[in-house]
Design a protein around this ligand. Structure first.
Ligand code: ZN
Length: 239
């Protein structure tokens, strides 16, 4: 007998453990069994394969509540910090893991909401987009135009993320940044798109308001500042 442990975050954000026992006699080979079992269990938690999806050169990976990545077709689990499937990937996943393990109710709520959402949130880890990171409305399943129309009406939409070079360490304003602070900022945008909170991102003509004049941007900076506090970095007063 063996067992697979799954850490699940319940509604009260308390970590609970689900232990599943299995017999190795009837099922071979062992590694396939382990992956297959994990796959079935996680699929059971999220049966429609929604979630946070990392797009890599090796295919699409689902971000799990354990902070690992699972191949959406084979169910193979990879540890992003040891993986060679994408240059910036380990650093981006590290940011999400820091939020999930922060002990902060708000951060945990944001990430688990994205994991369990009916909307797909894609992160393209195949390219590094200079210094800037951005969240666009609309996953690969919807066009950006369609998603903008929905978001303006206050409807929830999926997103696609383009992360900048997190190893760079400095913003153009000269402020320090880390995996954690960058991801915390973008997760607020992902969460707001997901929950239909992005109405205030658009002006009267339906154009996105630029920079920190946008209330949506101010929320993201606030979310980022909490991570800055944890990392003992100065607050982001400049934009
Ligand atoms: Zn922003």
């Amino acid at each position: 007998m063996g067992c697979v442990k799954l850490h699940i975050l319940d509604e009260q954000y308390k970590r609970t453990e689900l232990k599943v026992s299995y017999s190795t006699k009837e099922l071979t080979p062992i590694f396939f069994v382990l992956n297959e079992r994990r796959w079935i269990l996680i699929k059971h938690i999220d049966p429609d394969g929604r979630d946070i999806i990392f797009i890599t050169k090796a295919g699409r990976y689902q971000y799990t509540l354990q902070g690992t990545l699972m191949h959406t077709k084979t169910g193979a689990i990879v540890d992003p910090s040891k993986s060679t499937i994408g240059g910036n990937l380990g650093r981006i996943v590290d940011g999400y893991n820091k939020m999930l393990n922060s002990g902060d109710k708000n951060y945990i709520h944001q990430v688990t909401t994205l994991i369990n959402s009916e909307n797909v949130h894609e992160i393209d880890a195949t390219r590094i987009y200079g210094d800037n990171s951005a969240i666009l409305p609309g996953s690969g399943l919807t066009t950006i135009d369609d998603a903008n129309i929905k978001a303006r009406k206050g409807e929830g939409v999926g997103t696609r993320a383009e992360y900048g070079n997190l190893s760079n360490g400095k913003l153009s304003s000269g402020l320090g940044k880390t995996n954690f602070t960058t991801v915390a900022h973008e997760v607020q945008h992902q969460f707001d798109f997901d929950q239909g909170n992005m109405k205030d991102r658009y002006d009267k003509n339906g154009k996105p308001i630029k920079g920190n004049d946008s209330p949506a941007e101010q929320r993201a900076i606030k979310n980022e500042d909490f991570a800055r506090e944890q990392e003992e970095l100065e607050r982001r007063l400049k934009y």
